[in-house]
Design a protein around this ligand. Structure first.
Ligand code: GDP
Ligand code: MG
Length: 208
């Protein structure tokens, strides 16, 4: 892969991690500002959203994966097609951090890239009493050893969710202008998920 920074008009963000860590919840929180306390099994789901930045249409594809190891071919394909990866674990589940480590290995292999764009996300920080993974250890592994970014988040409490997406977009080398646009866009999100505004027209005035 080229290390040259290129501006893209389409970008694919891939969410990976063990089942139950909150991948689907983080994506739903970002897209709809909702939280579902139930766990529904995801096989694989692709969400696409269009933004307009300085007259340029940018499509963001968000790939939600199952976390299941029973579909290795599917997982490889998701990796091949991904521009940036959110590797999610839950802070109350040390095994899920191990899963992040092996997923990273797999991404390095498939991408043949020593520094693929990865954001490691420790989710469920609202579960304070149940925390079993300390942030300091993960921080030094991710930022010093791996040279990737690390964020802790809560899909439930909407903590650091937008930041996860901003970091992913930045790593995927989208035009940097997009980040503030996304932030403003999220702030204008209505709480009622059934009345989300259309992506382009309604927001284009915010963008220029
Ligand atoms: P996925 O399998 O990684 O997609 O995980 P889900 O998004 O389906 O979430 C699995 C379970 O964890 C569900 O019951 C969610 O409601 C719950 N969950 C997800 N994110 C959080 C969070 O930030 N805090 C808490 N307390 N629970 C969460
Ligand atoms: Mg899911």
């Amino acid at each position: 892969m080229s290390t040259e920074k290129k501006e893209k008009t389409s970008v694919r963000l891939v969410f990976m991690g063990a089942a139950g860590v909150g991948k689907t919840s983080l994506i739903q929180r970002f897209l709809q500002d909702t939280f579902d306390p139930k766990h529904r099994r995801t096989v694989e789901e692709l969400h696409s959203r269009e933004y307009e930045v300085g007259g340029v249409k940018v499509t963001i594809h968000i790939m939600d994966t199952s976390g299941s190891y029973s579909f290795p071919a599917m997982r490889k394909l998701s990796i091949q097609n991904g521009d940036a990866f959110a590797l999610v674990y839950a802070v109350d589940d040390p095994d899920s951090l191990e899963a992040v480590k092996s997923l990273r290995e797999e991404i390095l292999e498939v991408k043949e890239d020593k520094f693929p764009p990865i954001v490691v996300v420790g989710n469920k920080i609202d579960r304070r009493g149940e925390r079993r993974v300390s942030s300091g250890d993960v921080l030094s592994t991710v930022e010093l050893d791996w040279n990737n970014s690390f964020l802790e988040a809560s899909a439930k409490d909407n903590e650091n969710v937008v930041e996860v997406f901003q970091e992913l977009l930045q790593q995927a080398n989208l035009p940097s202008k997009l980040s503030p646009v996304l932030r403003r866009r999220r702030e204008t999100f209505p709480k009622d998920a059934n009345h989300r505004p259309p992506m382009n027209k309604a927001n284009s005035c915010l963008i220029s």
